[in-house]
Design a protein around this ligand. Structure first.
Ligand SMILES: Cc1cc2nc3c(=O)[nH]c(=O)nc-3n(C[C@H](O)[C@H](O)[C@H](O)COP(=O)(O)OP(=O)(O)OC[C@H]3O[C@@H](n4cnc5c(N)ncnc54)[C@H](O)[C@@H]3O)c2cc1C
Ligand code: SF4
Length: 485
């Protein structure tokens, strides 16, 4: 059986499959299509990729059952009814929910080697940690996987080139050409079924995903590092790879992606500060997030350590419902493409949910429904842990809360905004700036125990206009709830 996120012939259950003896089963369940308020571009990508995979399996000589059924169990049972109760094998589930489903159906599993780190190996590392510092895990990964190392030492003498990166958006910069994907018959049929006009941004085949990888290596890898934290109005993806959807559904394997980046470094086509930064995202962050999802367990997703219970703000579901240029622009980008890069996800969307106290599970649901690359294993730690600090600091020791000054430095949104990032009180005050201080004030006691928050709390204690700021914060929160701020 090939789940919709195991679309790979060389890994997972398909690696040992034989066209002479094995049947390939994919289930497109009605529940998957209509169970939530999914972004149509995301559904389009998932369904069209699965249908293309089914076609590729037929071309390889497999008999394929691509079943449309009310639920996945219904689909599997209908295949058994037709072919007899066959031994059914899948790659290890990629979420707790999927694992339960496989268990209930008696589906056997093989290791999910669409990741680079077996779950047991990660758990062995995590069990020995006092705090789960990603950088420590990453350095072990570099040595274990033999990437950018000479023996157990990093090439060019450093593990991490972050200090050379993090540049603000450049002026008068020429951005590389964009790769667009032509839509074929399968794509058009899926789009028509969903009542959606698909963009030409996302590939839905292995060949298209490989083209996207090559395009990234040729045009964007060299510039990736220095600008990885910036956002600009001139180009929505900057030098980001746009590869996450393909890696997450199995159309690309993480090993081939990092090998391609290291090969470009070996050929002298990209500097270490970019190649290292990119390799860290894949063998560090991505593997760490997946490992932590399983290590932290199923209840982790329900965390609400800051007791945040505000309803999802209207701007998340309608970009016109805010005058905050950064928020409205980023939500509008999500509406158009089901994607924004890491910094808008963290420092605009999650930051807004965090400092306004939106309920973490409502925000998690919204993120999961709206991103092209969303899966439970990747959204849960990124949102609950990194994004809104709902886990009491188990993943990240301090919350990623920021005011307008950070957004003003790293993006160009403030120039076109009705608010002033430098002001924290008054009608023109930037809501991020006001709410950042208000957030610290509201959680002063909880953060007092956290030595990493000492500097911020000292800053809070120095504010002379705190009473005024509290009044303005209450106004801003009310305005955001009404979609007026
Ligand atoms: C609140 C929040 C939610 C996120 N949700 C998702 C999600 O649902 N799916 C998802 O794949 N990524 C998620 N990320 C991580 C990251 O934002 C995306 O992987 C990235 O923006 C995808 O674009 P890209 O392929 O151009 O990435 P690049 O910037 O080019 O990075 C290269 C690759 O590194 C990997 N990567 C980098 N950071 C992470 C991370 N924190 N977790 C997992 N993989 C990472 C991805 O595979 C990505 O393709 C989230 C981050 C945050 C802060
Ligand atoms: S001023 Fe504040 S609300 Fe406006 S774009 Fe800047 S950070 Fe966002």
């Amino acid at each position: 059986m090939a789940a919709f996120d195991h679309l790979n012939f060389d890994h997972g259950a398909m690696a040992a499959a034989n066209p002479q003896t094995d049947l390939v089963v994919l289930v497109e369940s009605k529940r998957m299509l209509t169970g939530r308020n999914w972004h149509k571009e995301r559904l389009f990508f998932m369904v069209s990729s699965a249908r293309h995979f089914a076609q590729a399996a037929r071309e390889r000589g497999f008999t394929v059952e691509y079943v449309q059924a009310p639920t996945t169990p219904d689909g599997i049972k209908s295949v058994w009814a037709k072919h007899g109760q066959l031994d059914t094998v899948a790659a290890e589930a990629s979420s707790f929910e999927q694992a339960r489903q496989f268990g209930a159906l008696g589906i056997k599993t093989v290791e999910n080697d669409l990741f680079l780190t077996p779950r047991q190996l990660f758990a062995g590392w995590a069990e020995k940690q006092k705090s789960f510092v990603m950088e420590n895990f990453y350095r072990l990964q570099r040595v274990r996987l033999g990437l950018l190392v000479e023996g157990d030492k990093p090439v060019e003498g450093r593990w991490n080139f972050d200090e050379d990166n993090r540049l603000p958006p450049p002026k008068n910069y020429v951005w590389p050409p964009r790769l667009l994907h032509e839509r074929d018959e399968i794509d058009l049929a899926v789009a028509a079924q969903l009542g959606h006009t698909a963009t030409d941004l996302w590939a839905t085949t292995r060949a298209g995903a490989l083209q996207a990888l090559n395009h990234f290596i040729e045009h964007n890898l060299a510039g990736f590092g220095p600008l990885e934290d910036a956002s600009t109005n001139d180009d929505w993806s900057l030098h980001h790879s746009l590869l996450s959807p393909y890696i997450n559904v199995g159309l690309l394997h993480p090993r081939e992606v990092v090998d391609a980046a290291v090969a470009a470094y070996d050929r002298g086509e990209a500097p270490i500060q970019s190649v290292e930064a990119f390799v860290r995202q894949i063998i560090g962050w991505r593997e760490y997030i997946n490992g932590m999802y399983w290590f932290l367990g199923e209840g982790y997703e329900q965390g609400n350590g800051l007791r945040a219970n505000r309803k999802l703000l209207p701007v998340f579901t309608d970009s016109s419902k805010s005058r905050m240029n950064c928020v409205s622009s980023v939500v509008s980008d999500v509406e158009k493409r089901a994607w924004v890069h890491h910094i808008p996800r963290l420092m605009i969307l999650s930051n807004l949910a965090l400092i306004t106290g939106v309920n973490p599970q409502e925000f998690l649901d919204w993120m999961r429904e709206n991103f092209i690359d969303a899966s439970q294993w990747v959204m849960v730690p990124n949102v609950i842990g990194m994004g809104v600090h709902a886990d009491g600091g188990r993943l990240m020791t301090k919350p990623y809360a920021a005011g307008g000054a950070y957004i003003n430095r790293m993006t160009q949104y403030c120039k076109g905004c009705a608010f002033d990032p430098k002001l924290r009180v008054g009608e023109n005050a930037c809501p991020f700036t006001t709410l950042y201080w208000d957030f610290l004030d509201r959680h002063r006691e909880a953060f007092a125990k956290n030595h990493r928050m000492g500097q911020q709390l000292m800053g809070l204690n120095r504010l002379s206009d705190l009473p005024e700021l509290r009044v303005r914060a209450a106004e801003v929160l009310e305005g955001l709830e009404k979609g007026l701020v």
